[in-house]
Design a protein around this ligand. Structure first.
Ligand code: NAI
Ligand code: MHF
Length: 292
């Protein structure tokens, strides 16, 4: 099932992101958690590739497994920044052979050793290069890419960021998933601006439930997202109590999602952080709204 077909359908979707284990030894721990998340029957699931510094070895295995055993459409992430063309072509071939129909084409996070000034020596500098490679592969992939309601941290101006986003969509990206954000108004402003720039493909907002105070630091490092005062107050007040923080974080994410659906957004992607109980709680809170 191509994700773009789900997104073009009239029904609302709620989809989940999971990540492969950081080290091979924790595969047996992570797998049951991912299976529990698949059993919730989200509209689709995405499996990251080396996100936040994790391993990429298992992305394909996990994506295939979810699709085959749980009949949940899957999207495999693929990044290109640290890879040679040979490796990327090999990965694309593996995706093709496994019958993976949906690929999230990302540049990938720069590790501390990578410098943007070295980009001229890399086979791929930007996600658009990977999108073009996927298009040239001859496989008819449905392609997703990332977009940034609050501007990518490496971009000086939002106009540049939106220009490059348009380049990705023009190169053949079918839909976009957003970076996490904690203030919906930032998303609504962004949607207005990209539509005005002529980008018409569907946008799936990405929502990250923050259920432990320590998660917030990492989330801000990765995204640079703005933290509203009421979110800060929540973490200050409940951050020291695991159960209270989980409850508050789930309620905050639920509230954000309800506001999105209420304002005409039809699709939401949840960064589950491999936590079935969090994915389940958010989904239960929305059961009548999304008809699950
Ligand atoms: N779910 C996930 O796994 C997500 C991961 N990310 C991560 O965010 C990072 C950025 O990845 P992408 O958005 O795929 O990268 P990208 O290549 O689309 O953009 C990266 C930066 O380069 C700029 N840029 C893009 N094309 C350019 C061009 N042709 N010339 C000059 N500048 C250009 C962009 O404006 C942006 O500032 C990655 O680390 C990615 O893995 C972001 C969102 C979601
Ligand atoms: N720049 C960027 N890179 C990403 O990989 C990424 C984004 N943004 N935004 C959307 C999602 C969210 N992702 C995330 C978000 C948080 C962690 C994180 O907190 N990782 C912890 C370990 C968590 C665990 O193992 O349970 C870490 O310490 O890295 C990882 C990936 C992956 N995606």
């Amino acid at each position: 099932m191509k994700i773009i077909n789900l997104l073009n359908n009239d029904r609302c979707t709620l989809s989940f992101e999971v990540f492969p284990p950081k080290v091979s030894s924790s595969f047996d721990e992570v797998k049951p958690a991912i299976e529990k998340i698949a059993q919730l029957k989200p509209s689709f699931m995405s499996v990251t590739y080396g996100a936040g510094g994790g391993t990429s070895r298992f992305t394909l295995d996990i994506a295939e497994d979810i699709r085959n055993r749980y009949s949940v459409p899957t999207m495999a992430h693929l990044t290109c920044v640290s890879s040679t063309r040979e490796t990327v072509l090999e990965k694309i071939n593996e995706l093709k052979k496994a019958g993976i129909q949906n690929v999230m084409a990302l540049r990938g996070d720069l590790t501390p050793e990578m410098k943007l000034s070295d980009a001229k020596h890399w086979d791929y500098s930007h996600a658009v290069d990977l999108i073009r490679e996927l298009k040239n592969s001859g496989a008819d992939f449905c392609i997703g890419c990332a977009c940034y309601p609050e501007v990518h941290p490496e971009s000086q101006h939002q106009t540049d960021d939106i220009f490059y986003l348009k380049e990705k969509v023009d190169a053949g990206c079918d839909f976009m998933t957003t970076q996490m954000f904690f203030d919906n108004n930032l998303l609504y402003n962004f949607l207005y601006k990209i539509r005005e720039a002529g980008i018409t493909a569907p946008v799936v907002p990405g929502i990250m439930p923050i259920t432990r105070a320590i998660q917030l630091k990492r989330a801000i490092e990765l995204s640079g997202s703005f933290i509203p005062q009421r979110f800060k107050a929540m973490v200050d007040r409940f951050g020291g109590d695991d159960r209270a923080m989980a409850q508050a974080g789930i309620a905050y994410a639920t509230d954000q999602i309800i506001d999105l659906y209420a304002n005409g957004v039809k699709h939401v992607h949840l960064y589950t952080m491999n936590k079935p109980e969090i994915a389940r709680a958010v989904m239960n809170n929305l059961s009548s709204i999304i008809g699950k």
